[in-house]
Write a protein that binds this ligand. Structure first.
Ligand code: SF4
Length: 198
């Protein structure tokens, strides 16, 4: 019995292609094999960064990532790439994928504009219900990210919870729930049995 049994079933029922991996390295090797000679856009993602995917994929693909290149140019180029890679801030066992964004390029990239979108999701993102997924995004992932960015927000000091701030530096702007895969693209979810990202 895997930690992903229930969510894998839920995601498949909703129409996603799902693959499970014991480690992030195995998921990275899979993408390195699958993606060749294509253009790839990447959303802001500690998971993608920690797996070294940019370095792997840019050797034999055209990769646009604003964490590695001129940010505004790369964000725009990533929007029309063949493939878009993103992690998730939370995944409900019932199959909802939830992401928060400040610039909103990442959430936009998961909705439209590519042949395929691929979500890389570590086990730490998994929660039992949709309500808990939204709670996790707002009170765990976002404050941790604000702290990492040294954002001028009330959550950044302790990363303990969301204060629903109205700060100019607020990083929480677009909260997007995917209730199912976008009809315009192939959607794949890679579930990874390791803690990855925030
Ligand atoms: S809304 Fe403000 S306080 Fe809440 S997590 Fe986002 S940046 Fe932090």
């Amino acid at each position: 019995m895997s930690v992903f049994d229930k969510v894998e079933k839920s995601l498949k029922e909703r129409g996603y292609t799902v693959k499970t991996f014991a480690t992030g390295a195995e998921a990275a090797a899979y993408l390195d094999r699958e993606l060749d000679g294509v253009s790839i856009g990447i959303g802001g993602s500690a998971t993608v960064r920690d797996l070294g995917l940019y370095e792997l994929l840019e050797k034999h693909n055209t990769v646009y990532w604003h964490w590695q290149q001129d940010a505004n140019t790369a964000r725009a180029q990533a929007m029309t790439a063949d493939v878009y890679l993103s992690s998730a801030n939370a995944l409900a066992e019932t199959g909802e994928i939830v992401n928060m964004d400040g610039n909103c390029n990442r959430v936009a990239g998961t909705l439209f504009g590519h042949k395929k979108v691929c979500f890389l999701i570590g086990r730490n993102k998994l929660v039992p219900s949709y309500e808990e997924a939204v709670w996790r995004v707002r009170n765990v992932a976002s404050p941790k990210r604000a702290q990492q960015m040294n954002a001028k927000t009330p959550c950044a000091a302790k990363a303990d919870r969301c204060y629903d701030c109205k700060s100019p530096g607020r990083i929480c702007r677009g909260l997007v729930t995917l209730l199912g895969p976008s009809m315009a693209m192939e959607n794949e979810v890679l579930l990874i049995d390791e803690d990855l990202g925030l």
